[in-house]
Design a protein around this ligand. Sequence first.
Ligand SMILES: Cc1cc2nc3c(=O)[nH]c(=O)nc-3n(C[C@H](O)[C@H](O)[C@H](O)COP(=O)(O)O)c2cc1C
Length: 189
Amino acid sequence: MGLNYTAIKLSVKQYIAYFDLTEKHGMKLKILVGTMTSTADYVAQAIQMDCADLIDDIEVLMMDDLSIGVFSADQAENALYLLCTSTYGSGDVPDNARALYASLGAEPQFLGHVRYGVISLGDRTYMQTFCFGGKKFDERLLDLGARRIGDVWCHDASAGTLPETEGAAWCREWLVQALAQLAAESATA
Ligand SMILES: Cc1cc2nc3c(=O)[nH]c(=O)nc-3n(C[C@H](O)[C@H](O)[C@H](O)COP(=O)(O)O)c2cc1C
């Protein structure tokens, strides 16, 4: 079977670009936390500890004082975003996430430069609104042109599994995929 030199050249280019992105420019993961009783915060902290070897810096930001400005072009430079939020009321975002969520609707800006993932915490007992907190953020970010990497990851509190352990394991896989995608984008830019 003949070798596909074009594919090899592209992989080498992507490999170089991966190290260029992670080593030279210092890629950062910004985890934005929406929570009522701290579970989402524990998940973010577990990710901060478990995924430190995959990316230069992991910053955990509570959503309380954030607005759409957290996604501005200068903030998003060399950054990946991870929305990590629970669900309350009847499918609402938690109280500390309300202002940020509202700001995405009230002060819309094009967010085509933003690459993000979503961890959504919920409980399947709430059948009609399962994990709507993260899903609502996802919908609004997509509307503004931001690009999600991977699927929205949902945790079901009624399943009896630990969100910190499962969330950190999911995030390791997601980060590898996200960094490879950014490397591929920069290699073909
Ligand atoms: C009053 C209340 C309302 C809730 N509403 C929903 C809901 O509509 N949909 C859902 O999927 N989960 C719902 N949940 C489950 C929480 O989102 C879930 O337990 C989550 O892990 C809590 O995370 P936190 O501690 O970070 O806030 C609700 C929980 C409570 C206590």
